[in-house]
Design a protein around this ligand. Structure first.
Ligand code: SAM
Length: 239
C-alpha cells in the first residue's frame, strides 16, 4: 500500500516511518511512504505557506494554494484515488477498527496541519475525513501521521514476523491483550504462571482468554458492552 504525507517536516515523517516494523515493511515492498512539502509548491520568493487569520487573533493559518498544489501533485503521482485524511484534534477518534480498515486500502493521503490549522475552505473541498489521535492538541499533524503510519504499516501482510501477534493484540478481537512472561522462570519479582509451562495448549489458550476478559472488565469495561466472542472462544470457556 501507499501512504502520501503532505507535511512541512518531511524528514521527521520519513525517519519515523523508516524504523522498526514499519521500516521493514517498506524494505519488503509492502508499504511505500512518500512525503510532499507544501513549501515546494509555494509561489512567492519567501516560499510562504501560512498567513494571518482573517478577523484577527493569534497565530497563523496554512494557506489554500500551496496545499491545493501539493494535493494535486499527490493525486497525479499514482493511479488509485488518493483518499485524503486531515489529522486534526477535531476529527473522529482513531481506533484499531479504523486502522484495520485503512490498512486494507491501496492508498491514502495524510495532511498534516501546523500553526492554528488549515484554511477551512481547503478542508471542505479537498479532505475526505478528519482523524484525531486523542483529546489533546499537538503543535503539528506529523506525530499523528507517524502514529497512523505505524499502526497501519504493522498490519500489512508480511510486516510482522508472526502474523498471529497482531491477531492477539489489544482491540483486534475486542479485548485487551493477556499478560506476557519470558525467562527467567523464577525471579525475585515472582513466578511465571504454571499453566504457561504446562505444554497444554488448550489450557494455555483458555487461561489467556480468561486473563484478557478479566483485564478488559477491570480496565476497559466499555469494550465488553460491544463484545461478541467467536465460536472458538465460547467453546474454550465452556470446557
Ligand atoms: N487550532 C486547532 C484546534 O484547536 O483545533 C489546533 C491546531 S494544532 C496547534 C496544529 C495541527 O496539529 C493541526 O492542524 C493538526 O494537523 C495537528 N493536531 C493537533 N492535535 C492533533 C490531534 N489530537 N490529532 C491529530 N492531529 C492533531
Amino acid at each position: 500500500m501507499r501512504i502520501d504525507v503532505v507535511t512541512l517536516f518531511p524528514e521527521f515523517v520519513r525517519q519515523c516511518a523508516g524504523i522498526g516494523v514499519v521500516g521493514r515493511a517498506q524494505e519488503r515492498g509492502l508499504l511505500q511512504v512518500e512525503t510532499w512539502n507544501p513549501r515546494d509548491f509555494a509561489t512567492d520568493n519567501y516560499r510562504s505557506v501560512d498567513d494571518r487569520p482573517y478577523g484577527g487573533g493569534p497565530g497563523m493559518v496554512m494557506m489554500i494554494d500551496p496545499l491545493r498544489a501539493a494535493l494535486a501533485a499527490v493525486r497525479a503521482a499514482a493511479p488509485e484515488p488518493a483518499h485524503v485524511i486531515y489529522l486534526s484534534p477535531q476529527g473522529a477518534r482513531l481506533t484499531q477498527r479504523r486502522v484495520a480498515k485503512l490498512a486494507r486500502m491501496p492508498r491514502f493521503t495524510l495532511l498534516c496541519g501546523r500553526y492554528e490549522g488549515v484554511d477551512e475552505r481547503l478542508l471542505a473541498h479537498a479532505v475526505d475525513e478528519e482523524l484525531s489521535i486523542g483529546d489533546y492538541v499537538l503543535s503539528g499533524g506529523e506525530l499523528a501521521a507517524a502514529v497512523l503510519i505505524d499502526a497501519v504499516g504493522r498490519l500489512q501482510e508480511g510486516a510482522l514476523n508472526d502474523a498471529q501477534s497482531a491477531r492477539q493484540d489489544s482491540f483486534s478481537d475486542g479485548l485487551l491483550d493477556c499478560p506476557h512472561y519470558t525467562r527467567p522462570e523464577q525471579d525475585a519479582l515472582g513466578e511465571v504462571p504454571p499453566v504457561l509451562l504446562s505444554g497444554d495448549h488448550a489450557a494455555i489458550r483458555r487461561w489467556r482468554l480468561k486473563q484478557s476478559l478479566g483485564r478488559t472488565w477491570l480496565r476497559r469495561p466499555d469494550l465488553l458492552a460491544r463484545l461478541t466472542l467467536d465460536a472458538e472462544a465460547r467453546q474454550l470457556l465452556e470446557e
